[in-house]
Design a binder for this molecule. Structure first.
Ligand code: 13P
Ligand code: SF4
Length: 311
């Protein structure tokens, strides 16, 4: 029973007592973004997790992100406010099936999106994030066959952009799949001239209407530099919190789903984390990411390759 507990003050007290750093993704609730020591995209959060000298990492994001922090910083205690905070892309790619897919393409290397389990990372050669994928792909010889998973939308986008032939795993993000082209076109008609920004996890029918495609950090940077007054944002709408904080006089509109509003595009996994659960996690140092050491070492190889190639 947390009645009467000043959650915000307790989080502040506990983070000092525990020497904890609070890392949050841009898709977290505004109050979590505001209390975090650092808010970032997947690549920046991985780098922070690796570089921090805190004893505890309180990871406000989804499980694969907290697992990544643990893989890179095994001596640290990594807590996740809700252990059920998964990801549909991770769910779409069970390791046994991914191993069979690899076996069908023995000449190919596996370039894998960070949105996957530690077991799939261990089966991969190089991990990418949406902000590092193009740079990493450009360092792989043109004649090298490549498997790309689990996001077929990001993979398709990379293939079109670079002219490379990628062998795609058929996974999707349920959040970015939910945008409606018809509703987006209606919204564009209501706001003539307003640019559209989109995350590459969106299907091609949405990306085709985007003026800018990029990671969450890239999308934010675009917003900060835009000359116009209104921006249509085709990614998880909690990122708009940072835009409104920095540019309170501009208008940011979340791209709609089939029902005409953007609430269906809230990531249900990210939304499991709350301030109350963050407080309890810092208090109890649970739920905590634990990982088999053999698996961790195998998964770290592909993550290290990413960090080296993305820098
Ligand atoms: P970013 O790397 O762009 O932050 O993306 C993470 C994610 O899960 C998008 O759905
Ligand atoms: Fe996974 Fe999509 Fe949620 Fe990102 S937005 S964590 S890809 S389900």
């Amino acid at each position: 029973n947390l009645k009467g507990v000043d959650i915000r003050a307790e989080i502040d007290r506990l983070r000092k007592e525990r020497n904890a750093v609070i890392l949050a993704h841009y898709y977290q609730k505004p109050e979590i973004q505001d209390i975090a020591d650092f808010v970032g995209d997947s690549l920046d959060l991985s780098r922070k997790a690796q570089a921090t000298d805190a004893d505890v990492i309180a990871f406000c994001g989804v499980r694969f992100m907290a697992e990544t922090a643990k893989i890179l910083s095994p001596q640290k205690t990594v807590i996740l406010p809700d252990m059920d905070a998964g990801c549909s892309l991770e769910d779409s790619c069970p390791p046994e099936q991914f191993a069979a897919f690899r076996a069908q393409h023995p000449d190919a290397i596996a370039l894998t999106y960070i949105n996957c389990s530690a077991a799939v990372k261990a089966l991969s050669d190089v991990i990418v994030t949406s902000s590092s994928a193009e740079k990493i792909l450009s360092q792989i010889p043109k004649d090298q066959p490549i498997i790309f998973g689990p996001d077929r939308n990001l993979g398709g986008y990379l293939a079109r952009k670079t002219g490379r032939d990628l062998i795609l795993w058929p996974g999707v993000c349920i959040v970015h799949e939910a945008f409606s082209e018809t509703e987006l076109l209606k919204l564009k008609a209501q706001h003539p001239g307003a640019p559209v920004v989109a995350h590459p996890e969106c299907p091609a029918v949405i990306l085709d209407h985007a003026d800018y495609v990029g990671s969450t950090r890239g999308i934010l940077e675009y917003a900060m530099a835009m000359p116009g007054e209104t921006l249509i944002v085709a990614t998880e709408p909690h990122i708009i919190h940072q835009m409104e904080k920095a540019l309170p006089n501009k208008t940011f509109i979340g791209a709609p789903g089939a029902d005409g509003n953007c609430n269906c595009n809230i990531c249900p996994y990210m939304a499991l984390n709350t301030m109350e659960k963050l407080y309890v996690a810092l208090r109890d140092l649970q739920p905590r990411i634990e990982m088999d050491e053999d698996l961790r070492v195998k998964a770290k190889k592909s993550l290290d390759a990413m960090l080296a190639m993305a820098s």
